[in-house]
Design a protein around this ligand. Structure first.
Ligand code: 4AD
Ligand code: MG
Length: 461
């Protein structure tokens, strides 16, 4: 058995009056004038195909008339033009084999529309709904488009490690990886004795592949890594996951300007690719999830992103006359209410904020000449807030070492990172795009838990 004929292919090629075979799941069934109409989907596209079964089929009474939503079937038949409204082609079945039943008493997808909250409780089944199926197809397309974007520009993909002994963001929100018996943890003077652990020292799941990507940018020039990243922050928002995917390009001989240009070009490229290649799925979201989605997507494509410094952003926010829950003054980390005001109200398009205070950004960002700010950039999207975070990297050995010491970073774990500045250091820059936030933007889905197949959040795995 090989699943060659997908419904998408049949609906695109439309081999009228020819025999077709297809496999799929029943969305709905109705009987009329001695005929049974089956709506079959196979996940290849949003649309299903209508299959008509006559009562003369061998298993009509014993099986076909008992089919319910969710049953899986294999169908052989002839594709014909449909006389009725709603579809231009349909299949007149010659043979329908039931592959799997789905007990209507217990199969959870009976109603036409379920709440996303309910669907999260059946994550293993929800991909069969129109909306979550469309999310999965768009997600796949966006991933492909990202790889394509970088491949076309000669970037090399680096598979950076998932298990690491360094904390890239210096925030300490890491999941420990251990093979110690948690019932009998070895202690040495009240401290866990990691010398007895698998790696002989503390190890964690990575929060970012950046540091390792930097090593390969300083070998191959332009590289990117695209993998899962993990953060043990106790955030219960619609924009945070404990396990999320990040795409992180890193470029040697590149400054902040070049970094921003690449990020803007990349975002436009992948959004356009998706608009061009997933029109039916995007139309579904535009109709049922966010009526302004199409307009938002074209606004990203048609406008240059606004670019302002953090200091200008703080001025604009304080002059705005807006009442924010979290008051604005120079030195604070921008909160999501501030980010959204900038992107949604003030500029009504994506905004790149640069040159943040060094005190609120990680050690690796390049210190500006003012001694107070770093060459950082965050890209803020309407409806999302921060979608990209990046910077030019500190390539000067002395300054980097100084900043690491000030941040209490254990230098012995980062000698390899400092080596990159000892031997043939160059200006370089990169950024991280939160992949789920991109999928949220393109689909209009309001909760990040609904744009990844199996979301991991505090209390949920
Ligand atoms: O701003 P962040 O923390 O930057 C870094 O990790 C850098 N090392 C990236 C780099 O320069 N190579 O994260 C980058 C992006 C954010 O802008 C956001 O879109 C996303 O990752 N992100 C999250 N997405 C979902 N859940 C979370 N908990 C996220 N934390 C960050
Ligand atoms: Mg950030």
């Amino acid at each position: 058995m090989q699943n060659q004929a997908r419904i998408k292919t049949i609906l695109t090629a439309k081999p009228i009056d020819q025999d077709v075979t297809l496999n799929g799941w029943l969305k709905s069934r109705r009987e009329s004038k001695g005929l049974t109409f089956l709506d079959i989907t196979d996940g290849s596209c949003l649309n299903g195909i209508q299959v008509i079964a006559e009562s003369t089929l061998r298993n009509y009474t014993s099986e076909i008339s008992k089919l319910t939503t969710g049953c899986s079937v294999a169908i052989e038949g002839r594709l014909v033009s449909s006389p009725a409204k709603g579809q231009d082609v349909e299949v007149h079945a010659k043979k329908i084999s039931v592959l799997g039943w789905a007990d209507p008493e217990t199969y959870p997808l009976q109603k036409k529309r379920h709440s996303f909250e309910f669907l999260r409780s059946i994550a293993h089944i929800r991909g069969r709904t129109n909306s979550l199926g469309a999310v999965a197809r768009i997600r796949s397309r966006l991933s492909w488009a990202l790889h394509h974007f970088f491949a076309k520009r000669g970037f090399f993909q680096i598979h950076t490690p998932v298990i690491t002994t360094s904390d890239c963001e210096g925030a300490g929100d890491m999941f420990t990886v251990t093979s110690l018996d948690l019932g009998q943890i070895p202690f040495d003077k009240n401290k866990v004795d990691f010398s007895k652990d698998f790696f002989g020292r503390p190890a964690s799941l990575t929060v970012s592949g950046q540091l390792e990507a930097e090593a390969y940018a300083l070998a191959l020039g332009n590289v990117y890594t695209f993998g899962p990243t993990f953060r043990a922050e106790n955030s219960h928002t619609s924009r945070h996951l404990a396990e999320f995917w990040m795409i992180e390009p890193e470029m040697a001989f590149c400054d902040l300007e070049g970094d921003m240009d690449l990020a803007e070009e990349m975002l436009k490229y992948v959004v356009k690719d998706c608009v061009d290649n997933c029109p039916d799925d995007i139309d579904l979201f535009n109709r049922f999830i966010d009526k302004n989605l199409a307009a938002k997507l074209s606004s990203v494509l048609e406008n240059d992103f606004a670019r302002i410094s953090y200091t200008e952003a703080v001025d604009k926010l304080t002059q705005s006359g807006q009442k924010f829950d979290y008051p604005v003054k120079w030195g604070i980390d921008l909160q999501s209410e501030h980010e959204r005001y900038l992107a949604e109200e003030l500029y009504q398009r994506p905004v790149i904020v640069t040159d943040y205070p060094k005190t609120i950004k990680p050690f690796y960002m390049r210190l500006n000449n003012d001694g107070k700010t770093v060459a950082a950039m965050d890209i803020l999207f309407p409806g999302i807030g921060e979608i990209v975070g990046g910077s030019q990297r500190e390539e000067r050995y002395d300054i980097l070492q100084e900043r690491m010491k000030k941040a209490n970073i254990p230098l012995e774990n980062y000698e390899w990172y400092l080596d990159l500045r000892r031997y043939g250091t160059v200006p370089h820059a990169g950024f991280g795009l939160g992949f789920e936030r991109l999928v949220q933007f393109v689909t209009g889905m309001s909760n990040i838990r609904d744009v990844i197949a199996f979301p991991r959040t505090p209390g949920v795995a």
